[in-house]
Design a protein around this ligand. Structure first.
Ligand SMILES: [Ca+2]
Ligand SMILES: [Ca+2]
Ligand SMILES: [Ca+2]
Length: 836
């Protein structure tokens, strides 16, 4: 590792050309050009994460280099398949692109040319007639890194707009290229026409951001006009798009661009000092992880500076830095300042880099879950009006209720209605009574039933284990009104359990079983941003009326915007609901006895029916694994005391633990309070195995936590790992030292790659992230208490988390299930390290 580092640092030169490196991308100091290292296969269509991408002085500012069928592609516009990607012998990278819907193939070849690179589009067959005027080569630039910067086009001067305010025209719907699965992202208000943005500029040479050397770039073309569009005019998450149309009737090399990203001479990325923005307990181990450019010469020591109460500063500690080595493309140092234990305000200095301040004190973790429980959770209560001080977060959503999703319907949010409704309702029939309780899924407004089940189950777990009687929220089911920061005499967590249970019990009672989801019927309101109360029109849909027409009695409209219930039965989900209802019934007893009784009744019925259904069709995919749910059997044993569930639990648990201790150790630990000392002793060797795994993580990466490399950042995995570490340390302190529990917390509070901001929009952190993918994302804002998935891995070697661009769900979207996991982690962590 050391020799690789020396080699890299000796040869860094600002005069170097772009060259293909071992990771198959083009590189010069300050510039990485990726050619389809990341394909359009992310799961949610155009995720703005693919194609030709440029990481410019450490920031991925350009992506989306591809042949596209519109000037400003939206999430649900068609994306090309990539039948092949080849690194040619001349050092170029060639990618074949295909649009199956139009039987249309093209090739894009990227060739380094000195400090610049050439992008060429080849057609072996002329462009299909239908795509003339639509197919073009696009390259997308990140608005938040370019707005207000200047550009020069063929000698004319202008500036990238801070907000989208350019012109559009409209065209007949028939002319618009097909969108994903034939869905429409827009509501044309009965005009039969779609919006087509007009270019801001057009020319043969663009000089981009000459005023900002780290962002400066030139794009020139000898054979094609280049147009600049503002994608935000159609969708707030759009990018600035540079584009050349593909010519009609031509084959061969049809579009040629030369792109030269500026490289700042001798540029070296500033060290990213990862530490806990929430601060440290005096006795806590304190190790900063410092992420370094491979051209940065490691420091031998670092300092901790104390800011005294009178504002003066003194060096509190100076110590050696240890090199951990390379992890993907960066080099990592670790700086242990555990010796600093005196309460106070401090910052770290490494070379010339100083961090913001942090606190060392016994109280630093006291508030880590408060914003999540007082603010984020109640704001995500569906079917309520939510107020905070002078501000209304949302009105009461979906007053017109839900309709039966028609049979054989595919859905854009990964759901579907099967060939039967499995209910007494006909296609599109109103299902009265479902618009009560429940939680919005995430940045969208659907009720994911599976998530809501886990939310109630976990809230009961938190209630039973940690008995938080915190009361900061007024919740009135009668008024359908929530008021933040107004105590009402009832512990909030009980009210949250009640709110989740109300919707789930209604589903069980009215549908007869659990729905898959209660979700949007049309894509054009699925991407709704802002007040959930205005997502639908509030009128019940009547197909006898014309679209946008309202009945004389003011109750119905002809606009098909009502939400749908997807009701295909899954006995596995019913089984999980049965265990959750049993738990909810325990928690609600004495607070809302009526609901407690209804939940228990549904628990017994669903359990019986699900067991029978699964016995009848054990081989079918649906519900096959539910009987094998170890945790569900534990919950059922706790709820009923029946031995058959305990036997099943034991039968499955030990086999699973033998196979992989990480997979079910949490469930095993959850059972300790119910199964006694002998059971606990039997678990001991597995906890010892877990210890080996936990310690091995220190060698896996510099942060000592399990880092996920998937297309959704792995914060959730780190939280559940952290929760297991906390439980293991609470029950087996002689095996799992509590020092391990800090690592998952520190990761979330700032000790991670890319930047050092806290991933929790939390009170208590000195520098929390500022933008998240919530329902207020168009305001570049956050809902306090949200927990971001965090550091998204981009192939082949880049972690990132944007804090100036909220629109990447895989980095910035908190979910109801994920944020409740954080509540559990935070509660267990506080319990372990502070005894509070
Ligand atoms: Ca959703
Ligand atoms: Ca309350
Ligand atoms: Ca409606």
């Amino acid at each position: 590792m050391l020799s690789a580092f020396m080699l890299a640092s000796c040869c860094g030169s600002s005069d170097q050309n772009l060259v293909l490196n071992e990771s198959e991308y083009f590189e010069r100091q300050g510039v990485n050009v990726l050619v389809y290292s990341n394909l359009y296969t992310g799961g949610f269509n155009d995720e703005k994460n693919s194609g030709i991408e440029i990481i410019h002085h450490g920031v991925r500012t350009v992506q989306g280099g591809a042949v596209r069928l519109s000037s400003t592609p939206e999430q649900w516009d068609l994306v090309p398949a990539t039948p092949s990607r080849t690194v040619n012998e001349d050092g170029s990278i060639e990618v074949a692109l295909r649009y199956e819907d139009y039987d249309f193939d093209s090739r894009v070849v990227v060739t380094p040319k000195g400090k610049a690179f050439e992008i060429a589009v080849y057609l072996d067959e002329p462009l299909p007639e239908r795509l003339v005027g639509h197919a073009g080569f696009n390259l997308e630039f990140l608005p938040s890194q370019y707005w207000a910067k200047t550009y020069i086009v063929d000698g004319r001067y202008d500036r990238f707009p801070r907000y989208a305010a350019s012109e559009t025209t409209t065209k007949p719907n028939e002319e618009k290229p097909k969108q994903f699965k034939g869905y429409k992202t827009y509501d044309d208000r009965g005009t039969g026409r779609y919006i087509d943005p007009l270019p801001l500029e057009q020319g043969r040479e663009f000089v981009i951001a000459p005023d900002a050397p780290e962002r400066m770039m030139t794009i020139t073309s000898e054979d094609s006009d280049i147009m600049l569009y503002d994608g935000r005019i159609l969708a707030q998450n759009g990018w600035y798009v540079f584009r050349s149309l593909l010519p009609a009737g031509k084959t061969g090399k049809v579009v040629t661009w030369t792109v030269e990203p500026n490289a700042v001479k001798g540029w070296v990325r500033e060290p990213n000092i990862g530490f806990s923005q929430v601060g440290y307990l005096p006795e806590q181990p304190k190790i900063a992880v410092i992420e370094l450019d491979k051209n940065y010469k490691s420091e031998s020591s670092a300092k901790v500076i104390k800011v005294e109460n009178d504002g003066t500063e003194k060096v509190a500690y100076s110590g050696k830095v240890k090199n951990w080595g390379m992890y993907f493309k960066y080099n990592y140092d670790r700086f242990d300042f555990s010796e600093v234990t005196e309460p106070g305000v401090y910052y770290i200095q490494y070379g010339d880099t100083k961090t913001n301040n942090f606190i060392i004190d016994e109280s630093v973790y006291d508030k880590i879950t408060d914003a999540t429980s007082d603010i984020w959770i109640p704001i995500h209560m569906n079917h309520m009006y939510v107020n905070e001080g002078y501000r209304v977060w949302h009105g009461e959503p979906f007053r017109e209720g839900y309709r039966q999703a028609p049979r054989n319907t595919d859905h854009f949010d990964l759901h579907s209605q099967g060939p039967t409704t499995d209910t007494k309702f006909k296609d599109l029939e109103l299902i009265p009574g479902l618009n009560v309780g429940g939680y919005f899924d995430a940045g969208d407004f659907d009720i994911e039933t599976g998530s809501n089940i886990s939310v109630v189950q976990n809230l009961v777990r938190a209630w039973e284990l940690f008995r938080s009687d915190r009361d900061q929220t007024f919740v009135s089911q009668e008024q359908r009104y929530v008021d933040l920061h107004r105590p009402d005499g009832t512990p909030d967590i009980l009210q949250y359990i009640e709110h989740g249970t109300l919707n789930l019990v209604a589903q069980a009672e009215i549908l007869g079983h659990m729905s898959q989801t209660l979700s949007n019927s049309v894509l054009d309101n699925y991407h709704h941003l802002g007040d959930a109360g205005s997502l639908t029109d509030g009128y019940m849909y009547d197909p006898k009326l014309k679209p946008y027409q309202v009945s004389k009695d003011g109750r119905y409209s002809g606009t098909p915007d009502d939400m749908w219930a997807f009701t295909t039965r899954d006995p596995g989900r019913d089984f999980n609901a049965a265990t959750m209802f049993a738990a909810a019934s325990r928690a609600l007893k004495g607070y809302n006895d009526d609901l407690a009784n209804r939940a228990l009744k549904q628990s017994k019925r669903l359990l019986k029916e699900a067991t029978e259904l699964m016995a009848k069709a054990p081989q079918t995919g649906r519900g096959r694994n539910a009987g094998g749910d170890i945790s569900a059997n534990l919950q059922l044993y706790v709820a009923t005391g029946e031995k058959q569930y305990l036997d099943k639990f034991n039968e499955m648990l030990w086999t699973s633990l033998d196979r992989n201790v990480n997979f079910s150790l949490q469930t095993a630990l959850d059972a300790i309070p119910y199964l006694g000392d002998e059971y606990k002793e039997k678990l001991r060797p597995y906890v010892e195995k877990f210890k080996t795994y936990v310690e091995e993580l220190e060698n896996n990466n510099p942060y000592g936590v399990p880092i996920g490399l998937g297309n959704w950042a792995g914060g959730g995995q780190i939280l559940s790992h952290g929760t297991t570490v906390c439980y293991a340390s609470i029950y087996f302190p002689d095996i799992i030292d509590k020092s391990h529990a800090y690592k998952a917390a520190e990761w979330h509070f700032g000790r991670h790659p890319y930047h050092n901001y806290s991933l929790v929009a939390a009170v208590g952190a000195a520098r929390p992230k500022e933008v998240f993918y919530g329902n207020n994302r168009a305001d570049f804002s956050a809902i306090p208490g949200n927990v971001a998935p965090g550091l998204l891995f981009r192939h082949p070697d880049h972690f990132e988390n944007y804090d100036d661009w909220p629109f990447f769900w895989g980095q910035n979207e908190g979910t109801i299930a994920g944020n409740i996991s954080y509540l559990i982690f935070g509660s267990a962590f506080k319990n372990l390290v502070t005894g509070k």
